[in-house]
Design a protein around this ligand. Sequence first.
Ligand SMILES: [Zn+2]
Length: 381
Amino acid sequence: MKYDDLTIQKLRELSILEVAEKLGFNLKGLGDEGRRALCPYHDDQHPSLHFSKKKGIFKCFVCGAKGDLFKLVMDDRNCTFPEACEWLINEFHVVVVTNTIATPHSQGENLSDKTDKKTSVKSVSSVVPLDPTLVSRSLSVDSVFCQSAVSAGYLSQSQLRHAANRYCLGTTKDGGVIFWQIDDLQRVHSGKVMYYQPDCHRSKGHHPTWVHCLIKDQLPPDFTFQPCLFGLHLLSKTIATPHSQGENLSDRTNKKESVKSVSSVVKNPSVVCIVESEKSAVILSEKFPDFVWLSCGGLQSFKPELLAPLVNHKIVVFPDTDETGEAYKQWLAVLQQAQRQYAFKYPLRISNLLEQHASFEQKSRKIDIVDFLFEVTQKLA
Ligand SMILES: [Zn+2]
């Protein structure tokens, strides 16, 4: 299989440290700069092969061997360049759009299709946001969701408070949780109101609704609902959160904490993980805080447009699972479509963790990654 320049360019953006680790190098050293390992090109006693994360290269200071991640794979696996590409694509679950390989013409379109970019910019800038005080007035951890996330053992009390603060979780009068959709420009698109049972699973009889449907008489004149990923505001370049504008915020400690947490994720590029449910994003953000966890709200709501604000970030998606692998296929199709529409800087990656490791019984329950991890740890305990 021959790969086009765009795919190769994307593969080049993979971390050479992760590639070396996958190849079985025993990496030493700390810090952001790089790592060292025993050099396979000479009889090495001390780790003298250096990997530069920033430059994406390796170099041995004893024998002079050097190269990029493709060379590393080719030498280690004794394979050709296309085989190295194929190995990288498989090992890192990189989404490749095969039908754009055909001609140089279609590549050009993909990279610099101005119409597409314009549309996305236009649609984003035309968002009419809701009043941010709706968010600040709703902030609370009294919803059944928040209470049960702790009582069911998903989160500790302090983790829940931290997560609720970062994600701006709200509560309705009847105990529903409000998952606010706030974008990276801090604009409030709407809020999804959902109801949970005391075991922290969705209440079947109580259908989700939207804040903009509940306050029809108070909507801005030109309001049309445009969904965005839940948690997108965590990628905001500005420090201000709806919190800091709100009246609720007399609590200084909270403010400091939210400012700190927001600024700590604005490392560019962030590794952005996308899951189906808001619940998963909230819980995983506390379990794996090095990543930014976003949710699309459901399989049917996952659309290529949602990924437009993320073109400069490293994206990994985690589909739920089912008996036939249908959810995985649908997510993959959306990613391929997004790949055609937008010029992502890094390879899009899709996790097949559940497809590979969930049992048939778990698949038939359409298990998500949170419950999968939870059930694994319970088995071990
Ligand atoms: Zn060497």
